[in-house]
Design a protein around this ligand. Structure first.
Ligand code: ADP
Ligand code: MG
Length: 252
């Protein structure tokens, strides 16, 4: 089934204003980041890149509303004035093991009076799982499980899709396939994507814009100059990658 058969609303902008986060630990207060200000345009694909422990997931969890900031706020503006919904895809698929693919999608529609199994099926079709509606997570490969995670996130028709290292637990070939599929979905559904990664090649392959997080701040904000589709072994890809890596290493 094609995305044309799915009704979807527009993308939202993200406004991150004066955002700070501290954790109280046994060793004292740990400042993860302070006074971050980020504006993300509707429909853009933005990667947040940083080393392990730099605060990427903390940022994601605050943007998701899972975690409260110490200061500052996150706002969303939907282009069509609809109430904001967020889609989340995590590093592990976080499927309920006793539920089928279909039931895993149904689960996030508990409060949606318009939910029908057809809706879930349309999104499973979109990620290539038409043959697997009634399978349980253990009957699926890791890549298929993550596809269910993506279908579930998209099924609420969010203005923003938040993804925290969604492909880092997959083998390289599966991860490559899913990156291509995600780009295809993004170009067809037109969602704003905020995507966390520690992988420079992935960030350059996917994004319009790369935010580098480190030492508690956004120390680089790079527009991606590459046209799409992108060839990972092209001269321009490798050249931009090299520049971005130099910027990435300049933090320490
Ligand atoms: P990343 O996702 O970039 O690897 P995280 O956002 O998970 O980084 O963590 C950033 C920092 O915040 C780390 O030093 C981590 O130990 C700390 N941290 C994260 N969550 C908590 C928590 N609940 N309590 C205390 N410290 C935390
Ligand atoms: Mg993380």
């Amino acid at each position: 089934m094609s995305s044309e058969q799915i009704q979807h609303s527009g993308a939202s902008s993200i406004h991150i204003e004066g955002l700070s986060k501290e954790f109280e630990t046994a060793e004292g207060t740990e400042q993860v980041f302070s006074d971050l200000n980020i504006e993300i345009e509707p429909g853009t694909f933005v990667c947040l890149l940083g080393k392990s422990g730099s605060g990427k997931s903390t940022m994601m969890d605050i943007v998701s509303g899972i975690l409260d900031p110490t200061a500052g706020q996150v706002r969303f503006d939907s282009t069509d004035g609809s109430e904001e919904t967020l889609g989340h895809v995590f590093q592990s698929p976080r499927l309920l093991p006793w539920n089928t693919c279909l039931q895993n999608i149904e689960y996030v529609h508990e409060n949606n009076p318009d939910y029908t199994d057809d809706l879930a099926k349309r999104y499973l079709d979109l990620v290539g799982l038409s043959e697997h509606y009634n399978k349980f997570p253990t009957q699926l490969s890791g890549g298929q499980q993550q596809r269910v995670g993506i279908a579930r996130a998209l099924s609420t028709d969010p203005g923003v899709l938040l993804m925290d290292e969604p492909f880092s637990n997959l083998d390289e070939i599966t991860a490559d396939d899913l990156r291509e599929e995600l780009l295809d979905l993004w170009s067809r559904l037109g969602k704003t994507v905020f995507f966390v990664t520690h992988d420079m090649t992935e960030a350059i392959q996917l994004s319009d814009r790369i935010l580098m997080l480190g030492q508690g701040e956004i120390y680089a904000d790079l527009e991606n100059p590459l046209d799409r589709p992108r060839e990972l072994d092209s001269d321009e890809f490798l050249k931009f990658r090299q520049q971005a890596i130099e910027t990435f290493h300049s933090i320490e």
